[in-house]
Design a protein around this ligand. Sequence first.
Ligand SMILES: NC(=O)c1ccc[n+]([C@@H]2O[C@H](COP(=O)([O-])OP(=O)(O)OC[C@H]3O[C@@H](n4cnc5c(N)ncnc54)[C@H](O)[C@@H]3O)[C@@H](O)[C@H]2O)c1
Length: 282
Amino acid sequence: MESLSGKTAVVTGAGSGMGRAFAERFGRAGMNVVLADVEAPKLDETVAALTAAGVPAIGVVTDVTDGAAVDRLRDAAIERFGRVHVLCNNAGVAGSGPSGGNFVNEAEWRWVLEVNLWGVIHGHRAFLPHLVGHGDGHIVNTASMAGHFPGHSAYSASKWAVVAITEGLFHDPRLRAAGVGVSCLCPGWVDTAIADSARNRPEWAAPERGVEPTPMEEAMVAYVRDQLRSGMAPGAVADLVHDAILANRFWIFTDMQMVAALRPRLDAVLAAENPPQLGPGV
Ligand SMILES: NC(=O)c1ccc[n+]([C@@H]2O[C@H](COP(=O)([O-])OP(=O)(O)OC[C@H]3O[C@@H](n4cnc5c(N)ncnc54)[C@H](O)[C@@H]3O)[C@@H](O)[C@H]2O)c1
């Protein structure tokens, strides 16, 4: 897109962390902002702060796992501002529930895939016809470096899938013809509330009673919290997203050292060798 001022952005997961920072950054760029989140109090607080700063903003409580709710989000945005130009499919949760040593915790896998993958799929279904219809648009999907590092986890599976479908979308002839841009955001560690995702865990995905975390899981949770605390500020990621939309750049990486750490895996794939052990992704 050549300019953002006066245009409209929809951001999911906008009540906290990166989503909130995107909304603030778009507001500073002169955009109207439609904020969506499942956590109503945080959403209200963020909308109030933006409105107080003079940004035309509305909040729409939205659970991105619910396709009809994502349709209502699109309708509310169009009703208030006429058109949507930028869509950030950003809402996400990190599954870190205890497995009790089982290979798969089914409730956790369903929840994480519903939010992180189906949330993006619903966003595509609900918004892409509108963006393609008017042609002045850009979509940013928040994946993760976990979408590049292998991992036997729901989070990893969800983020690999988001990378794959976002890259596929980049080549979609309908978006190309209409001039709609696509970016895939793959952050490294960012200082947000993602480690406390369980605050939004619905009843249907409640962890099984009596299942305890393994010592390895406990150590992993502590490691993740530590890395997040020393991670990048969400506002710095928002600057990268803002710039990528204007430059029509597909990849948005925040940590090029992590990207470089992928090389042994890519080399092994090219040589059809067994995969080397890599450090943990995000
Ligand atoms: N923080 C990191 O280090 C990091 C790294 C890579 C990728 N990510 C990704 O960044 C995105 C944003 O996460 P964050 O780090 O800002 O964490 P965060 O927890 O601060 O923000 C996530 C937001 O998503 C919302 N949300 C959760 N479930 C939802 C649902 N069903 N419907 C709508 N909203 C929902 C939460 O209420 C919250 O406001 C996520 O997709 C996450 O996977 C984060």
